[in-house]
Design a protein around this ligand. Sequence first.
Ligand code: XIL
Length: 365
Amino acid sequence: MNFNTQLQRKLFATVILNVFIAFVIIPFIGYSQQSIKPKPGRLAAIAHFPIGSAVGMRWLERDSVMVSLLKSDFNSITAENCMKPALIHPEQNRFNWTDADKLAEFCEKYNFRLHGHTLIWHSQVPEWMEKFQGDSTAFEAVFKDHIQTVISRYKEQTKSWDVVNEAIADNNGKWRKTFWLERLGKDYIARAFRYAREAAPAVKLFYNDYSLESDSLKRKLALKMVDSFRKQGVPIDGIGLQMHIRVDHPSLKEIEETFTKFAQTGLLIHISELDISFNEFKKEPRFKAFTPEMADRQKQRYEDVVSAYNRIIPKNQQYGITIWGFADKYNWIRPFFKQPDWPVVYDDSLQRKPAWYGFSNGLTK
Ligand code: XIL
């Protein structure tokens, strides 16, 4: 091609440049914008399974900032306290539905899945129940009535319940010696599940416990229980691994093995009360202030746990991950053990911590 004038050369160069911009640069920018598009700012939108928070009515009613973050980040709620026996059934002939009703309404209105917690437990029970005078037939009636009255009241609103909580003792692989066990015999657990199913057939029924990821004897008995439930036709749908863990304990390997073993039961698996703390419970606290190094360590730990759950638990068994307490200032560890800690993904000022980003990274790995 001959260009006779400088003008022709300039025109040709302009055409080539335009073609280059139109067919190469613009599509490239379009593509790269697509690939760096920020992830939606919601854990629940990133996850393939529900993301839960345990909340108390007190905070729901008083903290509007928390409520708006809750609505934008989460899509499942566990009743932190208001559905426990001591609160919902304060006297033998009186149930107190006020807070549980409000929570159920809140969940219905804003489309949260509601997980009930908990029907049978040795802690947070009313005195009248624990000290009940009467023979075993009368006590069995109390037990059955409590389970069936509570679960059937919310059978439309709660998709699932922790039917029995923490029935296994620590570090010895035996049943915990509770007043339930002592008065009703060890089959009380199986009967609790049968009563629950009878009253609310569509509700998913869970056994929930802590340290299943670190106490191998506890884990063994829980797995044995599931197996014998299978053989006897006891209705159980899921396992709740509470997972109140620490940044350095147990090892990721043990957590992964736990996920694998429980996944093999074929049941739904709920990480039901996740928090990752620094100080050991009931020990002199080693950590007194939260440093950036600690925040990074916690971020990595959240990422590891969430990604292990994401990878190891088959999709159809992923019931979700629930964080226990919305923010560090609302988490139970400080008031319960009276020691400092920073266990969850929002801080005391309701800001996202590095842990939040660790959690969200884990959801995509
Ligand atoms: C805790 C609540 O978060 C506290 O507000 C309450 O004072 C005590 O109980 N395992 C469970 C939960 O199953 O019910 C506990 O919740 C935390 C440990």
